[in-house]
Design a protein around this ligand. Structure first.
Ligand code: ATP
Length: 509
């Protein structure tokens, strides 16, 4: 189809992949830059990024760089504005691209891909990260393109996702094999194949757990606000998170969820400025606006201490985690104790025996019991969240040289599939049993069996609390997802909801 007229097929394909990383370099980059002053090179607005011809910089007569604004093609600009309107991006067109939220960025990437008028549009996991309101808008836009037969569309979906009505053909990829057929044929196949349907179901039929709300206050927000110029993104937030609690943080794309988490992790510069100044007006007494993390204002907690107290998985962390340093799975998990991005290698103990690194700070020797606890924890997360919990067992007759967890621990992090890398980053967040765990869109790229293993670990079904395994009772967890059924706890278990609507937050039980 693509090569019929002899032109380069690659020109005719637009691909947008959300499961995979946008940045290919593998080097670490500092994602907190997004929250601070926008740097000169990050100023490009969404509109300019689509029509780069309008921002060509030229050196003027006097040697100054100046912007020579060319007009974009009228028709393209009109089509772009139409698409942007349908995807709810109109108000964001003149914001810097770096300021867009995750879901806003995803929508913008889909719009850009469609605007190129490709023959073939490939969208990998297009619905992940989109809020409930935007999903139907995207699906109806795709349906119209499909009805017009241009472009042809291929959607990459997880086995547990609903296949849109208008999809005609399905290619089912399973354990390295691919089967193709009409939608009906493949759906029948999935229904009939017991193991596949077993895997594809997110199990909700689990024993009840009871969430404890009596722990100490870990995060205390009172009238917390975040502003960029005259744009207020968080408005007078009041939220307390206690040890042992389970929270679902929910809100439309751009409502401020990631910003709120970045205050808690201390990555946001405005986490330092959340106390009323002494000159505050009488309507806002000094004590009435504050952010306390582990009972302290942000400025009193050294950043490394904060990082070791909070386990995080987020799309930003996934993008930023270094791939070029050759970390093994074991080492990647061990970085979680300190919440850092590397660990010392080739540790040699006093007995002269080389040992695997279990992290630790420069100049601070771990005691033997700490080292043993850390090793036990690393094995615990690898066993319960790793391939032993989700991979298809090796067929009889094919010998496995190493036990599956041992083999996985030695693999290179960078060589893993996207879903596996995400699982390892979840292990990293949980390994040190930090008092607070923040899970922002943690399931994207994972298949249903990985999600099920992770959910049961988080619910404490795989470990006995208190013996150093599984989740400890007094850990608090905040989950961000747009999919209700992906939250590991239900209202009956005692999960609480914090809902953000255009920067205003409220607790819903
Ligand atoms: N530097 C900035 N300047 C202006 N606005 C910004 C800046 N950084 C973020 N914003 C805005 O703050 C709002 C909140 O963004 P945030 O990433 O917290 O949303 P979110 O709720 O996590 O969204 P999503 O569901 O898409 O991940 C967005 O509307 C975004 O455009």
């Amino acid at each position: 189809m693509l090569s019929l007229d002899g032109s380069d097929p690659y020109q005719k394909i637009s691909m947008v992949s959300f499961g995979n990383r946008a940045r290919g370099s593998g080097a670490f980059y500092d994602y907190s830059a997004r929250y601070g002053a926008v740097r000169e090179e990050d100023r490009t607005t969404l509109r300019e990024s689509v029509f780069p011809e309008t921002i060509d910089e030229v050196v003027g007569e006097l040697g100054y760089r100046q912007r020579e604004v060319q007009r974009a093609n009228e028709e393209d600009m009109h089509y772009f504005e139409q698409l942007a309107d349908r995807m709810g991006l109109t108000k964001l067109l003149d914001l810097p691209v770096v300021a867009l939220s995750n879901g806003q960025t995803r929508r913008a990437r889909v719009v850009k891909a469609i605007l190129r008028k490709p023959e073939l549009l490939l969208l990998d996991e297009p619905l992940t990260g989109l809020d409930v309101q935007t999903r139907p808008a995207l699906l109806s836009l795709l349906y119209e393109l499909h009805s017009a037969r241009r472009p042809r569309i291929i959607l990459g979906l997880r086995i547990q996702d609903d296949v849109p009505e208008w999809v005609t053909h399905v290619a089912l990829v399973d354990s390295g094999r691919i089967r193709t057929g009409t939608k009906d044929e493949i759906e029948r196949l999935v229904r009939e194949s017991g193991s596949l349907s077993e895997q594809s179901r997110l199990c909700n039929d689990v024993p009840k757990v009871s969430v404890d709300h009596s722990g100490e206050i870990l995060v205390d927000m009172n009238n917390v606000s975040v502003k960029y110029g005259d744009r207020t993104v968080l408005k007078a937030i009041n939220w307390q998170i206690k040890g042992g609690e389970r929270w679902h943080l929910v809100g439309a794309n751009g409502s401020g969820k990631t910003t709120l988490l970045s205050l808690i992790t201390g990555d946001h510069p405005q986490s330092y400025t959340q106390s009323s100044p002494l000159s505050a007006p009488p309507s806002e007494p000094a004590s009435q606006r504050y952010l306390r993390l582990f009972s302290q204002p942000r400025s009193r907690i050294p950043t490394p201490t904060l990082h070791s107290k909070i386990g995080v998985v987020s799309p930003e962390l996934f993008d930023a985690f270094p791939r070029r340093t050759g970390l093994t799975v074991w080492e990647a998990v061990a970085t979680g104790f300190e919440g850092v991005f590397s660990v010392p290698r080739n540790i040699v103990t006093s007995s002269g025996k080389p040992q695997r690194s279990v992290g630790g700070r420069v100049g601070e020797e771990l005691t033997d019991s700490e080292r043993q606890w850390r090793e036990k924890r690393i094995w615990d997360v690898i066993e319960h969240l790793g391939p032993a919990a989700w991979a298809t067992p090796v067929e009889p007759g094919h010998d496995q040289i190493l036990p599956v967890s041992e083999e996985f621990a030695s693999r290179s992090f960078a060589s893993l599939s996207v879903g596996e890398q995400r699982v390892v980053l979840l292990m990293r967040a949980l390994v040190g049993q930090p008092p607070l765990v923040l899970l922002d869109e943690v399931w994207s790229g994972m298949d249903a069996s990985m999600i099920n293993a992770a959910r049961s670990y988080l619910r404490g079904e795989s470990g006995v609390p208190g013996d150093g395994r599984g989740m400890a009772k007094d850990q608090a967890v905040v989950v961000i997802t747009h999919w209700e059924n992906e939250v590991p706890w239900s209202a009956e278990d005692g999960v609480k909801k914090f809902v953000l609507e255009s920067g205003v937050g409220k607790v819903v039980r």
